[in-house]
Design a protein around this ligand. Structure first.
Ligand SMILES: *[C@@H]1O[C@H](CO)[C@@H](O)[C@H](O)[C@H]1NC(C)=O
Ligand SMILES: *[C@@H]1O[C@H](CO)[C@@H](O)[C@H](O)[C@H]1NC(C)=O
Ligand SMILES: *[C@@H]1O[C@H](CO)[C@@H](O)[C@H](O)[C@H]1NC(C)=O
Ligand SMILES: *[C@@H]1O[C@H](CO)[C@@H](O)[C@H](O)[C@H]1NC(C)=O
Ligand SMILES: *[C@@H]1O[C@H](CO)[C@@H](O)[C@H](O)[C@H]1NC(C)=O
Ligand SMILES: *[C@@H]1O[C@H](CO)[C@@H](O)[C@H](O)[C@H]1NC(C)=O
Length: 407
């Protein structure tokens, strides 16, 4: 998730609102809060962002949407490569059961299990108040996996705040085994609750409602624009609980109502924060030189994916429209400086519940991978890499209800 900050600050909030009728958001928090996210970029890895994203796409959909579900242990070892995420957004979290330590959790809207124990070991002896439920949890991600035991716990986000948001009686897990999470403690699962299916026990939750002005069950994610340079470290953006930021000012809490697009009912996108959209390459307002990249289809918005993956036929249309070439080594499109000068906006076009058609566009700058992160993709100086890439090596995805993953 990188350049699509404008889109995401709108879509995620809106999808969340749209979801309230069909699916319970979790965790729910006791008040509206804004939590600063940290972005970590691993520049030492030899894996490409593109390969990571495709591995995740495969895990999300290619094998039947197994993320966040119990899997046969036997399939774990050989079924996926262990890869480290290259660009990751994290939030600090405390657990009442394991006091005195702040854990650095990856914020993931594509999965719904919250767990810790990957990096810092957890002293279970110290925690007298918490009994495990006796349930084992086992989750496979595109870039890793964990096994652990379930606890019911109170989670405090961003404990340094004076009045930090607390989610009580949450199902969490403590890892007894994990792979692919070097440098991180675990995951804060912000995906729809249904994703966890058999790996947690919703009836044990006692969610507090979110008492805030909006009266909506909502969270949103707003990311600092990279503008070709790249955020790194703190202030990478915000996780807003019970609120959303203004579409044009990602740093401001918004009190005005925003229009939104509902969760798609097309399967399998509807299991995630999925939406219907079409995509065009051209002007901001639409016009004669608009190129239709993707006609109306469904896909998902996902904080755990870095690039914007689109179906192969859409990718070919975009490649042709930008006149770039697909780089064999990174998997991403390269354009020349001259081609870059000719580039136009890339737009998501979707309908809102108020009956309007909304266009959310990435400018040419926002379609480019930040130069400060070239090491992370194995990029060569002088090349210009684009962030819109081909989902196509996941054959089962094409035409199956997932035509894009907006990271
Ligand atoms: C960065 O990537 C390297 C190589 O893949 C890996 O050994 C290291 O643990 C990663 N670091 C983090 C913080 O993910
Ligand atoms: C969670 O909060 C509730 C209500 O404040 C409290 O009764 C309970 O003991 C807390 N649980 C833990 C594990 O601290
Ligand atoms: C989204 O697209 C699907 C498939 O064309 C359609 O059935 C559905 O009505 C559309 N709208 C929503 C909100 O799902
Ligand atoms: C938006 O609504 C128009 C008019 O009903 C329809 O033709 C179009 O397919 C819709 N677009 C999406 C992305 O749902
Ligand atoms: C596309 O790029 C090639 C060089 O890669 C160039 O020769 C050609 O003129 C470009 N076409 C357009 C329409 O810009
Ligand atoms: C990001 O920050 C970390 C820690 O300060 C540093 O090690 C890393 O090289 C930085 N990455 C980039 C791409 O600037």
């Amino acid at each position: 998730m990188h350049h699509a900050h404008v889109l995401l600050s709108i879509c995620l909030a809106c999808l969340a609102i749209g979801a309230s009728a069909v699916s319970v958001l979790r965790p729910r928090f006791s008040g509206a809060s804004s939590i600063a996210l940290t972005q970590q970029t691993n520049t030492t890895g030899d894996t490409t962002v593109y390969r990571n994203d495709v591995a995740r796409a495969q895990r999300l959909f290619g094998t039947g949407g197994e993320t966040g579900r119990i899997l046969n242990l036997g399939t774990r070892a050989s079924s996926f490569p262990i890869q480290n995420q290259v660009v990751t957004f994290t939030a600090p979290v405390n657990f009442a059961c394991f006091p005195g330590t702040t854990y650095n959790l990856i914020v993931d809207t594509g999965s719904s299990n919250t767990w810790t124990g990957a990096a810092k070991s957890i002293n279970l002896e110290k925690s007298k108040t918490c009994k495990g439920t006796g349930n084992e949890v086992d989750v496979l991600y595109g870039s890793g996996a964990f096994e652990g035991n379930e606890y019911i716990d109170n989670i405090t986000l961003f404990p340094a705040l004076d009045d930090p948001p607390v989610a009580r009686k949450q199902s969490i897990a403590v890892a007894t085994f994990s792979e692919g999470f070097d440098g991180f403690d675990g995951i804060l699962g912000m995906g729809p609750e249904d994703l966890t299916e058999d790996t947690r026990f919703p009836d044990q939750d006692e969610f507090l409602t979110v008492p805030q002005t909006l009266g909506l069950d909502v969270f949103s994610l707003s990311l600092t624009p990279n503008n070709g340079i790249g955020a790194n470290g703190s202030n990478a953006g915000f996780l807003n609980l019970g609120s959303y930021t203004c579409p044009d000012s990602p740093m401001l809490q918004c009190s005005e109502p925003v229009s939104y697009t509902p969760i798609t009912n097309a399967s399998p996108a509807n299991a995630y924060w999925g939406m219907n959209t079409s995509m065009a390459y051209g002007t901001l307002t639409g016009g004669p030189d608009d190129v239709l990249i993707l006609s109306k289809t469904s896909g998902i918005v996902d904080s755990g994916t870095t690039l914007i993956l689109i179906s192969s036929s859409a990718f070919q249309a975009y490649l042709k429209a930008t006149n770039g070439t697909q780089d064999q080594s990174t998997g991403q499109i390269i354009v020349t400086p001259d081609q870059f000068k000719q580039m136009k906006n890339f737009c998501f076009i979707f309908n809102t519940t108020t009956g309007e058609t909304s266009r959310k566009c990435l400018t040419p700058d926002q379609q480019v991978w930040p130069t400060s992160q070239y090491a992370a993709i194995g990029g060569k100086c002088g090349n210009i890499y684009l962030v819109i890439a081909d989902i196509g090596s996941v054959p089962v995805l094409s035409g199956s209800g997932i035509d894009f993953i907006a990271g």
